[in-house]
Ligand binder design. Structure first.
Ligand SMILES: [Zn+2]
Length: 255
C-alpha cells in the first residue's frame, strides 16, 4: 500500500494509511522516512493479524517523538522514540502485539512474553525487523539468554514474578538490570508454552477473563506446571531447549 500525506501543519505531519497513521515532527524525521515506517508498520499489523488469526479494521496511531525514551502502547496509540525508528531498533512489532492482543486480565509476564514472542516470530518471517531490545537472538536464542539470566542474581531476583503475577520493583526505572531479565525470562516461558501447545490457545488465553482457569482449559496444564517444567528444562544444560545463541545477559540492552 502507498502512504500518502493526509495532513500537515507547521510542526506536525501525519501519514495516513489504511491501517496506520504516523504522526511525526518533520524536524526529527523526513517525510520519506516516516512514510517508509508507515508502510512497515502496516505490514506488521497485517502479518501479526495473520499469525494470530485475527481480523481487524480499526487503524493504529503511531506517534514518533524525540523526547520519548521508553516505547509504549495505550489504547490504539503507540509512541516510539524517533531515534529508534531511524536506527531500526524500535520495538514497533512488540507494541503492535500489545494493541492487537491487549491481555487486559493476564499477568505481566504473559503480556510481555507474548509480545516478545510475536515480535520475533514476525521478523523471522521477513515481515519486519526485531528490535532485539532485550533478546539479541530473538526466538531462536531466547532460551539460552534466559538460562544465562537464571544463573545471574538479577535474573534470580525477578524470577518470582515470571509465571506468577505482578511486576518486579524498578522495572521502569532500571531497564538493564530489572526489565531485561524479566522480559527475557517471560519471553522464554511463553515460547516454551507456544512450542508445545501452539499459538492459537495462547491467543485465546490473552482474552480470557480468568487467566489461571483459562490456562488450564486451553493449554491442558496449570501455569504452575508450565512454569515448573520450563524452569527444569532451563536448568538442565544436557537437554538444551534451543541452540545456544552465544549472547550474554544484557547484551542487547545498551541501545
Ligand atoms: Zn511490552
Amino acid at each position: 500500500m502507498r502512504a500518502r500525506l493526509a495532513a500537515r501543519s507547521t510542526d506536525r505531519a501525519v501519514f495516513g494509511h489504511r491501517r496506520v497513521t504516523v504522526n511525526f515532527e518533520p524536524g526529527e524525521i523526513s517525510r520519506e522516512e516516516a512514510a517508509a515506517f508507515a508502510a512497515l508498520a502496516a505490514r506488521g499489523v497485517r502479518e501479526l493479524e495473520r499469525l494470530a488469526g485475527l481480523s481487524g479494521r480499526a487503524p493504529l496511531r503511531f506517534e514518533l517523538r524525540g523526547a520519548t525514551l521508553i516505547s509504549y502502547a495505550r489504547g490504539r496509540t503507540i509512541r516510539l522514540p524517533v531515534h529508534r525508528v531511524l536506527a531500526r531498533t524500535a520495538p514497533y512489532l512488540h507494541e503492535i502485539a500489545h494493541v492487537l492482543l491487549p491481555c487486559s486480565r493476564a499477568p505481566a509476564w504473559f503480556s510481555e512474553g507474548l509480545a516478545g514472542y510475536l515480535e520475533s516470530a514476525i521478523s523471522e518471517r521477513g515481515a519486519g525487523y526485531d528490535s532485539h531490545l532485550f533478546t539479541p537472538a530473538g526466538n531462536s536464542g531466547v532460551h539460552a539468554d534466559a538460562a544465562h539470566w537464571l544463573a545471574d542474581p538479577r535474573g534470580a531476583s525477578v524470577i518470582p514474578f515470571v509465571g506468577t503475577r505482578g511486576t518486579p520493583r524498578g522495572i521502569l526505572a532500571d531497564r538493564q538490570n530489572v526489565a531485561a531479565p524479566f522480559y527475557v525470562l517471560s519471553h522464554s516461558l511463553v515460547k516454551f508454552m507456544a512450542d508445545q501447545s501452539g499459538l492459537p490457545p495462547l491467543v485465546r488465553l490473552s482474552r480470557a477473563r480468568s487467566f489461571p482457569a483459562a490456562a488450564r482449559r486451553l493449554t491442558g496444564k496449570a501455569v504452575s506446571a508450565w512454569r515448573a517444567e520450563w524452569l527444569d528444562a532451563l536448568r538442565r544444560p544436557a537437554a538444551p531447549l534451543s541452540p545456544p545463541a552465544g549472547g550474554t545477559p544484557g547484551a542487547g540492552t545498551a541501545r
